[in-house]
Design a protein around this ligand. Sequence first.
Ligand code: HEC
Ligand code: HEC
Length: 283
Amino acid sequence: MLPSTEFDTSFQELCDRMKKISRRKAIGATGLAVGAYLSGKFMPTAGASSQVANNESEHVEWKHVKLDPEKVAARAYELYSEGSCMYASFKSICSSMAEAVVDSNPSLSKALRDFPCHMMKYGHSGLGGQGSLCGALNGAGAAFGLFIKEKSTVDALLAELCSFYESAKLPVFKPENSKFEPMTQAISRSVLCHVSQTAWCRRSGQSPFSDFRSDRCKRLTADVAAMAVNILNRYADNATVNNNLKEKEYQRCLDCHGQNGEGIKVSTKMNCAPCHTMEDHYE
Ligand code: HEC
Ligand code: HEC
């Protein structure tokens, strides 16, 4: 059953209907802060976990330092034209890091400058145009993986980034003197390129093949890079991950369908709403 096109309200409907069948105590749904990445207010910190030094290579210590999210965002926006979303989000973080550690960690700086960032072009438009995972997220995830060794930590940081992507009204980033104004904002609800783009195209009335849509994705890439830096900065400060994303409304779906649930088990952390409705329960 396809969900309704009213993407801002349909999830609330789902939840209301779900309450009727749910035997579990409802978890209070908290609105996620929109565009709060610059202030770092988006995520409360919880659950410290220690960072083991990342000495993968003998010569390079893959340890990140704090960056300015706004500067990285502006760079991501500029880099987009060289190689699209994944390339731009990855390279904006890595090239900024290379500059930031040039004195404190010269071997890392060199490794980052030598890194074949062109490889990240494969991730454009949801992996070579497939429309699957948004390349901006994929690039940020690659950067997380470069600096943080523990898989579970990277998973947790990505859960936070994806939660932001699914629930925030984006894009927020505003380039100077843009001819693409006013820029429509939309809640993508999904980390999938195709779903995310479509949500925006429906809102804006623009074609996915328009220059306007490209600029939307450039700005979205800037937003994702900024949020990724925000998350990395917090981790550089106090090595914390946010294990407290349960305010995500569809966490309730996972209470029944996740690993410890009583329904058919599915292995996903994506927002369910773009693809399922509670109609699925009555067929
Ligand atoms: C109270 C527990 C509960 C909650 C909450 C719940 N489900 Fe289910 N769901 C079930 C049960 C039980 C079934 C029947 C089949 C089964 O055993 O999984 C089902 C069936 C389904 C099916 C159809 C599976 C099939 O092949 O027939 C889908 C899809 C689904 N749920 C998605 C969701 C989504 C999305 C949410 C959140 C919006 C959700 N469910 C919330 C318990 C729940
Ligand atoms: C991008 C789309 C998409 C998203 C997001 C998604 N699903 Fe699905 N899901 C599917 C498709 C497609 C199927 C297979 C349907 C079929 O073959 O009948 C499926 C199947 C299922 C089934 C039935 C599994 C079975 O063995 O019969 C359940 C239950 C389910 N999904 C729950 C969820 C829950 C819960 C979430 C969110 C945490 C979710 N899905 C997110 C697309 C999606």
